[in-house]
Design a protein around this ligand. Structure first.
Ligand code: E4P
Length: 218
């Protein structure tokens, strides 16, 4: 499963790419607004740090506007993925981009029907928002599983990008279902590596080793 960071903060990205565990980045208008950066400059900076897919979202709400904004975003770097809202206009823009070979991420997906339409529109990725569905009392993980089942049944190649994840458990569930990618806030990415038994075990190993007085292995 590909792991993307869901942030527009360049320092947060730089700090987490060294180990090669981050495959890409997703941004949205709220994250860009929060960063205070110019969207074109910030996406260019991110694309210099990471060569995998970098989702940059349009803010136009009509198809022509989305196509024009998407082309400007796509011109920033070859790894930019044009992020489009899951609306009728967004799906029309998605189809045009798919026919042109431009990668897309159809976002704000909250139902199986929406995911079905995104696949039929030729989306590269569809982003179901797990956490926001659970906030409303719905079954976000169940939606991921249903999309996986239907995409496999019909051979749709659209990648399922689990989004709006709120915990490390969500990441595990997305992986078990067979999502193609998951996008996580940096703090959830950090929590994937942490386990109290790892910390306790390492502490005990090092205490035992230090008792020998042998020092490091160098
Ligand atoms: C997806 O691409 C979105 O940027 C993101 O995952 C939304 O998450 P949120 O519901 O925590 O804002």
């Amino acid at each position: 499963m590909q792991i993307f960071l869901d942030t527009a903060e360049i320092d947060e990205i730089r700090a987490r790419t060294a180990a090669g565990l981050v495959d890409g980045i997703t941004t949205n208008p709220s994250l860009i607004a929060k960063s205070g950066a110019d969207i074109f400059e910030r996406i260019a900076e991110i694309c210099e740090v990471i060569s995998g897919p970098v989702s940059a979202e349009v803010v136009a709400t009509d198809t022509q506007g989305m196509l024009s904004e998407g082309r400007r975003l796509r011109a920033i770097a070859p790894n930019v993925v044009v992020k489009l809202p899951l609306t009728r206009d967004g799906l029309a823009a998605c189809r045009t981009f798919a026919d042109e070979g431009v990668p897309t991420n159809v976002t704000l997906c909250f139902s199986l029907n929406q995911a079905l339409l995104a696949a039929k529109a030729g989306a590269t990725f569809v982003s179901p928002f797990v956490g926001r569905i659970e906030d409303m009392g719905g079954d976000g993980i169940g939606l991921l599983a249903a999309i996986r089942e239907v995409y496999d049944q019909f051979g749709y190649e659209t990648g399922i990008l689990a989004a709006s994840l709120r915990s490390a458990l969500h990441v595990e569930e997305a992986a078990r279902i067979g999502c193609d990618a998951a996008t996580l806030p940096p703090k959830i990415f950090d929590s994937m590596v942490a386990h109290p038994l790892t910390d306790a075990g390492l502490k005990a190993f090092l205490e035992d080793w230090n008792k020998t007085g042998r020092g490091g292995l160098g």
